[in-house]
Design a protein around this ligand. Structure first.
Ligand code: OOG
Ligand code: NI
Length: 416
């Protein structure tokens, strides 16, 4: 009898990320192009830069992805948390995209591994947003009730899948045969549904916001992008443009500088129209199309301390951050470390700690760049939702990690 092979949560996580990637590639051809170009950019960059692996091994970076999903209710968010716990992914950070210059009606967290060794094995993370139905600036009482009733009737995940997730999370893994089925079912839960969409309901929500329609206009959730990581995002941008793929006109986040890369730079291309079925008021089913899934790519730099982050926010508030960057940030790792602006393992400027999280302004920019129009807000009655990190933690029934102590713990480890 062959021994039963056991897989740990990190191996399940790696398979989950790979499974989502395969499924997304099969459905979104532009994603395949993006991954090919990213792989080439990384190989070229590594060939020319001796220090290409300073922010993660080429193996890690090549396999590295982040996904984004959107759900409608606290209960759905709690179900997502249960599922992701089986992959060793925990909620980190609270992002309020409602306060962006053009607001998006969601609050978000990111599920990811939190320990250095787990991140090195596979850092898969998922930016997860919840529709802000409790915020009267976006949803007046009548609409809120109808949205909440609609959401209360759907089930994003099979209860049996969640029960398996709980057992796997408690055991820290499972055997290979069970893993295969579990991962496949988890991947399938994020595929785009082929079920007909109620046309008038979807259109009504679209009037409020495209995000509201995307989340609450359909009976399921779906992965709306899956983002590879590149070592040179400017080069990636040029090569994608040369292939005739129209990227959004900016790279979000810090400008390109000669000094060490900090935080996170991202860019995206617009959703492609995909055929979908619609159910009309008279019951007829018609074919139409929706643009809901898009492409995104990112480059990651060193994680900033709270002090470094203040500098970043101040620099980004300037009219031309690139022009004044040098007034806010020194140009070497040694100075970033000495001034306590960025995290380094064991304080060694040769051992930068990579930023594992997201940036709210960039996230809002990515959302917005893929919408036909901004969200409609009603009379500004103020924020009556009570949404904040604590609220979200309560909804999840688990702690939301503050990212900074996680980086500090890594910084205390000795440099390799
Ligand atoms: C999430 C947008 C945010 C990022 O990388 O900043 C995001 C979404 O579109 O649902 O993924
Ligand atoms: Ni993203």
């Amino acid at each position: 009898m062959s021994p039963v092979t056991r897989l740990d949560t990190w191996q399940l996580r790696a398979r989950f990320a790979a499974g989502l990637s395969a499924s997304y590639a099969a459905q979104v051809p532009a994603y395949t192009t993006l991954v090919q170009v990213s792989t080439q950019v990384n190989a070229d960059y590594a060939a020319r830069h001796g220090d290409a692996q300073r922010l993660g091994s080429l193996r890690r970076v090549t396999a590295e992805r982040h996904g984004a999903i959107r759900v409608g209710t606290p209960a759905e968010l709690a179900a997502v948390a249960e599922l992701f716990a089986a992959f060793g992914m925990e909620p980190v950070g609270f992002y309020d995209l409602r306060s962006a210059p053009s607001p998006i009606p969601v609050v978000s967290t990111a599920f990811r591994p939190i320990q250095a060794n787990e991140l090195a094995r596979n850092p898969f993370r998922v930016f997860t947003s919840m529709l802000a139905t409790g915020d009267s600036r976006f949803f007046e009482a009548g609409l809120r009730n109808r949205v909440q009733n609609f959401l209360a009737q759907r089930q994003l995940f099979d209860p049996a899948l969640l029960a398996r997730a709980r057992a796997i999370a408690a055991d820290g893994g499972c055997d290979a045969a069970e893993a295969q089925v579990f991962v496949a079912d988890a991947v399938a839960a994020f595929a785009l549904s082929r079920e007909p969409i109620d046309k008038s309901w979807y259109e009504e929500l679209s009037q409020v916001s495209a995000v509201a329609a995307d989340i609450a206009g359909v009976g399921t959730t779906h992965l709306n992008h899956l983002t590879p990581r590149v070592l040179d995002i400017d080069e990636l941008y040029r090569r994608m443009t040369a292939r005739g793929i129209t990227m959004i006109d900016t790279i979000q986040g810090p400008p390109r500088t000669d000094g060490p890369a900090v935080l996170l730079r991202q860019t995206s291309f617009r959703a492609l129209a995909e055929p979908r079925w619609f159910r009309c008021a008279d019951g007829r089913i018609t074919e139409g199309s929706l643009r809901v899934r898009f492409g995104e790519v990112e480059a990651r730099g060193v994680a900033l301390t709270p002090r470094g982050r203040e500098r970043y926010d101040a620099a980004m508030a300037q009219a031309d951050p690139a022009a004044v960057w040098g007034n806010y940030f020194p140009s070497t790792d040694a100075e970033l470390a000495a001034q306590g602006l960025a995290y380094y393992r064991g304080g060694d400027p040769a051992a930068p700690i990579v930023y594992e999280d997201f940036l709210p302004a960039s996230a809002a920019g990515i959302f917005r760049s893929n919408l036909d129009r901004d969200s409609r807000t009603g009379v500004d009655v103020g924020d009556d939702s009570g949404y904040d990190r604590q609220w979200l933690a309560g909804a999840l029934g688990r702690d939301i990690h503050d990212p900074y102590p996680l980086y500090e713990a890594q910084a205390k480890e000795a440099a390799a």
